[in-house]
Design a binder for this molecule. Structure first.
Ligand SMILES: NC(=O)c1ccc[n+]([C@@H]2O[C@H](COP(=O)([O-])OP(=O)(O)OC[C@H]3O[C@@H](n4cnc5c(N)ncnc54)[C@H](O)[C@@H]3O)[C@@H](O)[C@H]2O)c1
Length: 326
């Protein structure tokens, strides 16, 4: 059975939905401590086992592996806020690194050696060139990115010593919501641009734009937004790949296109038909001016071709945000 850690979170729940629609009738298990995830984000599906468990609890994890016939793992569970990671690094090292080591430990003890891991473009820091390929120098600028780099290294060591087969997916900016508006992004202390922009459309509270003096055409940072359903599909392909070979594969997952903060605000204003107020404040330390993915490798090996452009991303996010169920 497939075990999905963090499956009640934003990206995890979209993956679960995609998995069930591809493999209707097959069993799967979601392991989450529900610290940040939502039970309501999970479908009512008879073959879904929901396990309330913390990755910090190695004994409980071992029991899960012994009880369920787990054959592969998709590992989404983590803390994800860059700003918080700078303020509270130990919290991030414990949850993201120790939690992942516990998971890998339980896998190894129970003869499970296939894992797909959620990494991030934050491992690259401020790159020397664009678009970013998987060979771009790894140089994280914040603790969150560093924790992901550390887990990547753990997986490399597990390949070399224990024959682990891993696929590491370095996502760029996940965004958007399910087409039917039933699930979407709902983080406590939201830090992602698109939900914040849409929230400003609703509340009319000015959005903070961090810096408009970057070396970009309009002075604001440019990011690569990738729809959460496109990420979910890439995980299905990654699962096939991880079952086929015993290597460590690393892939960027982005759209290959960039949009600036001001472009997002303008497009969101058109889609919501609401003027979105914003104020420009100081730059945040460690924000690279431009992050755009080269996803050629994912295209070749995962057949990855994003279906949602930035317009569709904001439209689906808006449908969700107006009537959020959780
Ligand atoms: N959202 C993005 O733009 C983005 C970009 C790059 C990488 N990622 C990575 O993708 C993954 C999923 O991100 P998300 O946006 O869905 O985050 P999320 O916070 O919505 O989901 C994370 C889930 O993990 C669970 N969790 C956290 N710590 C746990 C623990 N110790 N034990 C059990 N469950 C635990 C939470 O309750 C939550 O349900 C993360 O690993 C994140 O670093 C996200």
């Amino acid at each position: 059975m497939l075990l999905v850690t963090g499956g009640a979170g934003y990206i995890g729940s979209h993956f679960v939905k995609a998995y069930i629609s591809r493999f209707e009738g097959q069993k799967l298990a979601v392991l989450d401590n529900f610290s940040l995830g939502h039970k309501k984000a999970l479908p009512d599906y008879k073959q879904l086992e929901i396990i309330d468990c913390d990755l910090m609890n190695l004994d409980a994890l071992n029991k899960v592996f012994k009880t369920l016939k787990v054959d592969s793992v998709i590992h989404f569970a983590a803390f994800t806020q860059v700003g918080e990671s700078q303020l509270n690094p130990v919290k991030y090292f414990q949850n993201n690194v120790t939690g992942s080591i516990n998971l890998v430990n339980a896998m190894a003890d129970n003869n499970v050696n296939k894992i797909v891991f959620s990494s991030t473009c934050a491992v690259y820091g401020i790159p020397d060139f664009y678009p970013i390929t998987e060979n771009t120098k790894i140089n994280p600028m914040n603790i969150y990115g560093l924790t992901k780099k550390m887990v990547e290294e753990v997986l490399m060591a597990m390949r070399d010593t224990k024959g682990f087969s891993s696929v590491i997916l370095r996502y760029f900016n996940a965004a958007g919501a399910s087409d039917d508006g039933s699930i979407g992004e709902s983080h406590i202390d939201e830090s992602h641009l698109i939900p914040l922009v849409l929230d400003s459309a609703i509340t009319q509270k000015p959005l903070k734009v961090f810096g408009d003096d970057y070396e970009t055409p309009d002075g604001t940072c440019i990011r690569d937004y990738i729809h959460v359903n496109d990420l979910a599909q890439a995980h299905l392909s990654a699962l096939d790949l991880v079952k086929q070979n015993h290597y460590l594969n690393i892939f960027n997952l982005g759209s290959g296109c960039g949009a600036s903060i001001l472009e997002i605000i303008k497009l969101a204003s058109q889609i919501t038909k609401v003027e979105i107020p914003y104020t420009v404040v100081d730059r945040r330390p460690g924000d690279p001016p431009i992050l755009i993915a080269n996803y050629d490798k994912a295209k070749e090996y995962l057949n990855f071709k994003p279906k949602y452009d930035i317009q569709k991303i904001i439209e689906t996010a808006w449908r969700w945000q107006r009537n959020k169920a959780f």
